[in-house]
Design a binder for this molecule. Structure first.
Ligand code: 6R9
Length: 643
């Protein structure tokens, strides 16, 4: 196991019990959790079967699980539709209830009742059908945080088209890679999106991507920013115009429980992002269960998750898990600091948000901005706070709890991954005491362990690798088009268990603390990025001969990106140009914080780049460990002194 890259040492030893008021109204008590958790492991068929039966199935399942390691089938033989369960199922009791309340960066507000959202999704489903989209086809969605992104996802799910949402901050190149890997023929995008008051040109990125996507036949373009964009006849259609004469009645298609619901690309330790495949039934059941339990959902909650729908958090806890529960979801389009650092708190006040789910990087940046920003607003509507995406340091946890939650709102620190589909480790807010910096205990049906590199289970407080010992309903089914990579990366690293890629430890009370990734995956502001991806982007610049990218601890972003670069003989290029190049190749989230140039990179005699040394250099540490295998020791001095 590599050294801990994130300073997550617990100096904070306080525990926080849920208040008597919270406990009294909570969905689950500690006894409920203990009883149900035991049942979920001892009798999973009964446990999962009873959760699943709260939802609608066109045909009942015959078996809860068929496990043929590493391939799982959940609710075998069952037929359902997640969009039906998220919308139609609520029409009777919640038709007029607000499903989505949306605030644009420019302050515009739109509200969709469950009935209206259902109507819009039915029309969009009919539009997709009229364009020849069939069950099983892939559709790529490249949209900002506007209601149409949820409508497009649900319309795909309704007809059984597999969606692939690409984060709007990704570049044309990253978009093209995902269109090609998924084999999509249709792209849904927008003219542009607003970010810090400026227009992000989504359509022109899409046009650029389309130059290298031979499969792509059509583009549907949502009007958001209104600037003129070229429309290619025969290929491009306006979303609003195309929907005008489309009927708003549509019967949701009964789909096999294992029908592919979506592909979401995420970074791994190679240069190429992997397409994580989620299917319908198990994902539906587990996001429904966890959304209700972890966020203690009540009928009158106004729930706000600040994640973009381009990430898994947006899939599971902006769209699917929440609408499956009939919740009211707030969506915000823009930047957290626009027009100023008070924007989030103004939104909480204006919409009377009761549950807020955000990322440590945002919490740390608000903490830095000062208490005067939240102090200007009335945050008394809040009753529960959540954190996701990276380890939260105890200092940020305490600030969130006290300054935002007024000391009365439990904080749930939820550990999970794109691959897991749903929350895996957390506390339940009315059941468990919380320990700042520690995510908590396993959710129902999840059986984790901490093991050493050989797979031997370790005891309390011993640091090791986090694994999951049995399949769960919302787990990824494969890497799209690459069963072998799925098998070897997730179920082959340590035999017969799911390998998460995180380092962790468990304390004597059974609470898990996540230390961070142990592979070549960085976590920058809660976003996963492969070091190899950034390296490939750098070496695609003509001046660059070789590049090595490492993370270094960053007080706000969790990790920052440092790139070590050697240039082609005679070539000259500045750090800023290379940073801009990476931004163009992948997206702004991948832009290195620092570029250091050298004549060579430190390598072993067998030619492997010594990343351990580079990490120490990047964070300004003393060089530790064995350097005797280094080919050219002079290189180290150069890397340390060149800035
Ligand atoms: C949901 C999501 C997954 C990686 C994961 C881990 C880190 C997520 C965390 C956390 C500590 C938490 N991570 N939640 N680390 N505490 N509560 O973020 O998915 O983008 O796939 O990232 O994020 O390292 O392995 P994804």
């Amino acid at each position: 196991m590599s050294e801990n890259r994130i300073d997550n040492v617990l100096h904070e030893t306080r525990h926080f019990e849920p208040s008597p008021e919270f406990r009294a109204q909570a969905r689950y008590s500690l006894e409920d959790y203990q009883r149900l958790y035991r049942q979920s492991l001892e009798d999973p068929d009964t446990f999962w079967g009873s959760v699943a039966s709260e939802l609608h199935w066109f045909t009942p399942w015959q078996r809860v699980l068929e496990w043929n390691e590493p391939f799982a089938k959940w609710f075998v033989g069952g037929q359902t539709n997640i969009a039906y369960n998220a919308l139609d199922r609520h029409l009777q009791a919640r038709g007029d209830k607000t499903a989505i309340v949306w605030e644009g960066e420019d302050g515009e507000v739109r509200r969709y009742s469950y009935r209206e959202l259902h109507r819009q999704v039915c029309r969009a489903a009919n539009l997709l059908l009229s364009l020849g989209v069939q069950t099983g086809d892939r559709v790529v969605i490249y949209l900002p945080m506007i209601p149409e992104v949820a409508i497009a996802m649900l319309a795909c799910a309704r007809i059984g088209a597999t969606h692939t949402v690409v984060f709007g901050g990704f570049s044309a190149g990253a978009l093209a890679d995902r269109i090609n890997d998924s084999g999509a023929r249709l792209l849904i995008t927008a003219d542009g999106s607003y970010r810090k008051g400026a227009v992000v040109p989504l359509k022109s990125n899409a046009d650029e991507a389309a130059q290298s996507t031979p499969n792509l036949e059509r583009m549907l373009v949502v009007r958001r920013t209104g600037q003129p964009v070229p429309m290619q006849p025969g290929r491009d259609l306006w979303w609003d115009e195309s929907l005008e004469d489309v009927p708003d009645q549509h019967e949701a298609v009964a789909l096999d429980a294992e029908h592919p619901l979506y592909i979401l690309y995420t970074s791994g330790s190679t240069g190429k992002p992997k397409g994580v495949l989620h299917t319908t039934g198990g994902y539906m059941v587990n996001t429904y269960l966890t959304a209700g339990a972890v966020f203690d959902l009540k009928e009158d909650d106004v729930y706000w998750c600040t994640a973009d729908v381009g990430w898994v958090t947006g899939h599971s806890y902006v769209v699917y898990g929440m609408l499956l529960n009939g919740a009211t979801v707030l969506m915000y389009e823009g930047a957290p600091n626009y027009p100023d650092m008070g924007r989030f708190w103004k939104i909480v006040q204006d919409h009377r948000v009761t549950i807020l789910y955000t990322a440590p990087t945002a919490i740390r940046s608000f903490m830095r901005a000062g208490n005067e920003w939240p102090a200007k607003y009335d945050l008394s509507s809040l009753r529960l706070l959540g954190s996701v995406g990276e380890p939260i340091n105890p200092e940020a946890w305490i600030w969130y709890f006290q300054t935002i939650g007024g000391g009365r709102c439990p904080v749930v620190d939820t550990w999970w991954q794109t691959e897991t589909g749903a929350i895996m480790l957390t506390t339940l807010p009315g059941a468990h005491a919380t320990k700042p910096g520690s995510a908590g205990v396993p959710m129902f049906g999840i059986e984790p362990a901490i093991v050493d590199n050989e797979g031997h289970e370790l005891g309390a407080d011993e640091g090791g690798l986090l694994v999951i010992k049995r399949p769960w309903p919302s787990m990824l089914r494969t890497i799209y088009g690459d069963d072998n990579r799925y098998r070897s990366q997730y179920w082959g690293e340590i035999p017969h268990v799911y390998f998460a890629g995180d380092g962790a430890r468990r304390d004597a009370d059974g609470y898990y603390t996540i230390v961070g990734r142990i592979d070549d995956v960085l976590n920058v502001s809660g976003h996963r990025l492969g070091t190899m991806e950034v390296e490939s982007a750098l070496v695609s610049h003509p001046a660059v001969a070789e590049a090595a990218v490492v993370g270094r601890p960053d007080p706000v972003k969790g990790e920052g990106i440092v790139a070590f670069v050697t240039l082609q003989t005679g070539a000259q290029v500045g750090g800023d140009e290379l940073r801009a190049h990476v931004s163009k190749e992948i997206g702004a989230i991948a832009r290195p914080d620092e570029i250091r140039f050298a004549d060579a990179l430190p390598k072993t005699r067998s030619g492997k780049i010594m990343r351990r040394l580079l990490r120490q250099i990047a964070s300004g540490e003393e060089l530790k460990g064995d350097t005797s295998t280094l080919e050219d020791a002079g290189v180290l001095e150069q890397l340390r002194t060149v800035h």
